[in-house]
Each structure stands twice: as structure tokens, then as C-alpha cells.
Design a protein around this ligand. Structure first.
Ligand code: MG
Length: 191
């Protein structure tokens, strides 16, 4: 199975890293549970604008921690055709590839896909932390599956519930691995 894996919120604990910087730069302290939607903002500053600004600094990119359980899970999934799929801007690609090499050496395929282009990802299954990306991906082909990695910001009033047969909801990596094993076991590819 060809599996697309999003970086921020799935492999990289981007929100923890950006909240640390927000505390340092603005003296405002927030926790992950405060970030209740994708376009969350504080004092008129949008979190994705901050992330985008910070990602221009290669040293920041290298400081972003991995999501708990991600390294082990990716090793467990290494028998599949794995591809990193990210909306990070192209100028961050070098640093992002260095971060991937350091933390996920078996992930070598890299696909840049902005929001609004997730339907063109060349995969059978996409793991992402935003409902909008999952909806865009699964609605383009009824044979595609999406795994929504649930964080406090993952649900943003999309019609994701219209795709119950295609979308799986997981809160941590081990349940993602289990869900993929189940799909694989039912696909008829196995003896
Ligand atoms: Mg993401």
C-alpha cells in the first residue's frame, strides 16, 4: 500500500515547538488544548503564520521534536511504500529533509502538496492531522482511505462525517499501525 504521511502534527510535534517560541517571543503561555482549530490565533497573530515564519530558520526546524510513538511506528510500517507529504514551503525543504534523515531515516520519498492540492497526492492512504486535508483526499477517489490523527485542532467543521467508510480516527501512532494492518489484511493482497 502507498501511504502518505503528513509531517506537522503527525511526525513532528510542531505545535509544542511553536508554543515554546510564542512564550519566548510574546510572553504568552498556551497549551495544546488551547489550539482548538487549524486557524487558531492570539492577539491577531495566526499560529500558522508563526509556524511559517519559524520554519524559515533551519535551526528551528531541527529543534522540532517528534510526535510520541512516531519513530517506532514508521519502522513498523517500513514494509509499505511510504511517502512524506507536506505543505511546508519549498524553501524549508532542505532543512526538513535533514530533520527527516536524523529522525526518520527510512522516509526518503518527499511530496510537496499545498492545501487545496491534497487530491493529487499519489497514495492510497493519507495520514494527516487536519480534517480539511483528509476530506480533500478521500472525496477524490472512493477507494482511498484517510487516517485523521486527532489533536484538539483536527476538526474544523468540514463534512468529514460524510465519509464513514473511508476515514479512520486515531489519537496515537499505535492505533494507526493497527488500523493499517487491518486494512492491509482485508485488502486481499495477503495470502
Ligand atoms: Mg499537519
Amino acid at each position: 500500500m502507498k501511504i502518505g504521511i503528513d509531517i506537522d502534527g503527525v511526525l513532528a510535534d510542531q505545535v509544542s515547538a511553536v508554543l515554546k517560541e510564542i512564550e519566548k517571543d510574546y510572553g504568552r503561555r498556551y497549551s495544546k488544548s488551547d489550539i482548538t482549530r487549524a486557524h487558531w490565533s492570539f492577539d491577531g497573530i495566526e499560529i500558522w503564520t508563526e509556524i511559517s515564519r519559524l520554519l524559515s530558520d533551519p535551526e528551528y526546524v531541527m529543534r522540532v521534536p517528534t510526535i510520541e510513538g512516531a519513530q517506532r511506528a514508521v519502522k513498523q510500517l517500513a514494509g509499505h511504500d511510504l511517502m512524506v507529504v507536506t505543505a511546508r514551503r519549498p524553501h524549508t525543504e532542505d532543512a526538513t529533509r535533514r530533520w527527516l534523515k536524523a529522525n526518520f531515516p527510512c522516509l526518503k520519498q518527499y511530496h510537496h502538496a499545498r492545501t487545496g492540492t491534497k487530491h493529487s497526492i499519489p497514495c492510497d492512504l493519507l495520514i494527516d492531522d487536519l480534517d480539511l486535508n483528509i476530506v480533500e483526499f478521500v472525496k477524490s477517489d472512493e477507494n482511498r482511505r484517510g487516517v485523521l490523527f486527532l489533536h484538539p485542532w483536527s476538526l474544523n467543521d468540514t463534512n468529514i462525517l460524510d465519509y464513514p467508510d473511508q476515514v479512520i480516527y486515531c489519537q496515537e501512532w499505535q492505533s494507526i499501525v493497527k488500523a493499517i494492518e487491518d486494512i492491509d489484511g482485508n485488502s486481499g493482497d495477503q495470502p
